[in-house]
Ligand binder design. Structure first.
Ligand code: RNT
Ligand code: ZN
Length: 424
């Protein structure tokens, strides 16, 4: 493939675009800086198909599924960090890195999940500090014998429930240690797969147990400067088609009552339901949101996020409401059938792109038209704005961030595949 474009042409195209946006009252220089400044949390689990380092055969249960066996999966912490470092060189803007409990690196043989401590994430913390990339976190309620029944925090078995309560408590302690290490809160997202394949006779009891378990977990007060607690709902999973204890209503109510963050995952709703419309409603009642950018294809399939109407609408919604400060932007997808570095890069770049596009929208013109009751003008402007010379600004953003512009990152991935991944 030929190189994308020389610097001079990129600058030239940018200066033309700048004039066009300027005519609509938008300062593109400012927009580029603002878009680069928004953190996107990169999920570690795209790098190894949600396998983790426990060595028990990888992702199982929990209603989530990674398919494909493209060569080159990271097999340990060093390989995963090496891959992440490489991805960082291809993607523009502020980054965070999102770990799961499964990615502990204890020195001793094996530490049970309810006994994990911050020290077991020591290598990650050293790496995070060195790279100046803050860490986010997740307890892992799947790929474990204690999750075999399909129920964890809402299990009717007090032993199972207590195990997972200790696990979640440990995850909060570790996230808070990340927070101290990085000098800013680590987002700790609790998602449990609990649910039933077929119609339950009793929908209430698991929810009562889940509520009480969460109450117990969150009763330990931690410094909000070190941890942001979030809870993630879901409509259904594989094996929990008929019922999920932690439904949207459950967690919306819970997060609103407890004043904690609510996680909206793009794949966790009815297929025609999108999350963009939920932002303005939920933010009235919860302190903030965690958004999992993903792409469900016919089901919650966790395909790589792309620059789609759905992702663009979510970003537009955040920009229109100027609520960036209350939203944690994170990626959540896993495709094992393609080069995993490319999957990360495509998903991340597409969300950064959608954020830039959203920030560039001349929203004042839209709201003015709306207020004046000139809805044909509102619709007309929305349509015309779709083809503003956005690509030229995106290219300039990549140039400013010193990452490959246009398609140039693909060649770098091919080189990395040859030099590193093919040797695994
Ligand atoms: C599962 C949830 C959850 C997971 C990760 C691995 O449906 O989306 O966020 O994808 O925790
Ligand atoms: Zn998710």
């Amino acid at each position: 493939m030929k190189a994308y474009q020389d610097q001079e042409s990129i600058e030239k195209a940018y200066s033309l675009a700048k004039t066009v946006y300027g005519n609509f009252g938008i300062n593109t220089d400012k927009a580029v800086r603002a878009a680069l400044d928004l953190p996107i949390s990169i999920h570690c689990w795209q790098g190894d198909d949600v396998t983790g380092f426990e060595g028990a055969g990888g992702l199982s249960g929990g209603g989530i599924l990674a398919t494909g066996n493209y060569p080159g999966r990271a097999r340990n912490g060093d390989e995963l960090r090496q891959d992440a470092d490489f991805v960082f060189s291809l993607i523009p803007g502020k980054k965070r890195f999102n770990l799961h409990m499964l990615y502990a690196e204890p020195k001793e043989e094996k530490v049970p999940r309810d006994l994990l401590e911050p020290e077991h994430f020591g290598k990650w913390m050293v790496w995070s500090k060195k790279k100046k990339i803050p860490l986010d976190f997740n307890p892992s309620f799947f790929s474990h014998p204690m999750a075999g029944s399909g129920y964890t925090l809402s299990s009717a078995d007090p032993k199972v429930r207590a195990f997972w309560i200790r696990h979640a408590a440990a995850s909060r302690k570790i996230a808070a240690a990340f927070g101290v290490n990085q000098g800013s809160p680590s987002v700790n997202d609790i998602w449990v797969p609990d649910g039933s394949k077929d119609m339950p006779a009793d929908r209430l009891s698991p929810r009562l147990r889940l509520r009480d378990a969460l109450d117990e977990i969150l009763a330990v007060k931690l410094d909000p400067k070190t941890i942001t607690d979030a809870v993630e709902s879901k409509l259904f999973g594989i094996g929990s088609e008929a019922y999920v204890a932690g439904s949207h209503e459950f967690y919306l109510g819970y997060a609103a009552t407890k004043k904690i963050h609510l996680c909206l995952d793009m794949g966790h709703f009815h297929p025609t339901e999108t999350i963009a419309d939920k932002i303005s409603s939920t933010l009235l009642f919860v302190p903030g949101l965690l958004i999992h950018f993903s792409r469900g294809l016919r089901w919650d399939s966790d395909h790589v996020a792309i620059f789609s109407d759905d992702t663009r609408e979510v970003c537009r919604e955040i920009a229109r409401q100027k609520c960036f400060g209350r939203i944690n932007i994170a990626l959540d997808f896993f495709d094992a059938s393609i080069n995993r570095i490319a999957a990360w890069t495509i998903g991340y770049r597409s969300i950064r792109k959608a954020l830039l596009e959203a920030i560039l929208e001349p929203v004042k013109l839209l709201t003015d038209a709306e207020k004046a009751g000139r809805n044909h003008e509102r619709l007309g402007l929305m349509e015309e704005f779709k083809t503003l010379p956005f690509a030229a600004v995106w290219d300039k953003l990549c140039l400013d961030a010193k990452v490959p512009v246009g398609t140039d990152w693909l060649g770098k991935i091919n080189e990395y595949e040859q030099a590193v991944l093919s040797k695994r």
